[in-house]
Ligand binder design. Sequence first.
Ligand code: TU0
Ligand code: ZN
Length: 256
Amino acid sequence: EWGYTKKNGPYTWHKHFPIARKGLRQSPINIVPRKAEYDDALTGIPLWVFYREEDDVMLENNGHSLECQITQLGYLTGGPLGNKLFRLAQFHLHWGADDTRGSEHTIDWKQFAAELHLVHWNTKYGSFAEAVHKSDGLAVLGVMIKSGVENPVFSVVSDNLGGLIQPHSEDTIPFSLDPTDLLPGDIRAYWTYEGSLTTPPLFESVQWIVFKEPVEFSPSQLDALRRLIDSDGNQMQDNFRPPQPLKGRQVRASFQ
Ligand SMILES: O=S(=O)(O)/C=C/c1cc(Br)ccc1O
Ligand SMILES: [Zn+2]
């Protein structure tokens, strides 16, 4: 089973998933703001997020991340997606053993303490499973997380991880959460590029949209994530893939 240790981590994934090294659009990447190309077409069609509040939050420790399965109908469109309609399937996170690392995307090589991924699939394919390996199948919103004040919305999750410590455990917590409230205040400023899933099977099916504005989690909220156990029986931390070669791709910016 793949993971993030020396034995089964990102530098070994190519053995079972050759696309890890052979792929032309692998993620994450290092984003260089001054080399990103401002594209006024992106500002022409604002990014539209239409999420609904999840009444009960369905959480899963899937062995390599903490995932929240979305049951409500939530949609994303606009920006680099044009008039294509994408449906929110789940969100999950990647984080470090300490605040100096944890994000997957880096900005001028700066790593944040964690990164939130909101995973959407193109509704023209009818289901996530059909969309996951199509070149225009997925859109993932990436939110950088830095250590700071408590995030009151995420505390619904971080305060209720008692039943999720063991790998492959699930728990529905009797609280509501609107995924919109996990996004940064300004979602007009982002970088976007064509990439892949950052975990095996590493399908090259993702339009990445990485917001410029980070959000904050408190040290204790980050520590709550680090207490989860992964499928190798270790503390779940440093569950991030390092940046991958750009291979000629152009990163576009929605702002100047
Ligand atoms: O946002 S990523 O970490 O690239 C998504 C990975 C991912 C892979 C599979 Br397979 C299913 C759901 C997922 O969210
Ligand atoms: Zn992810």
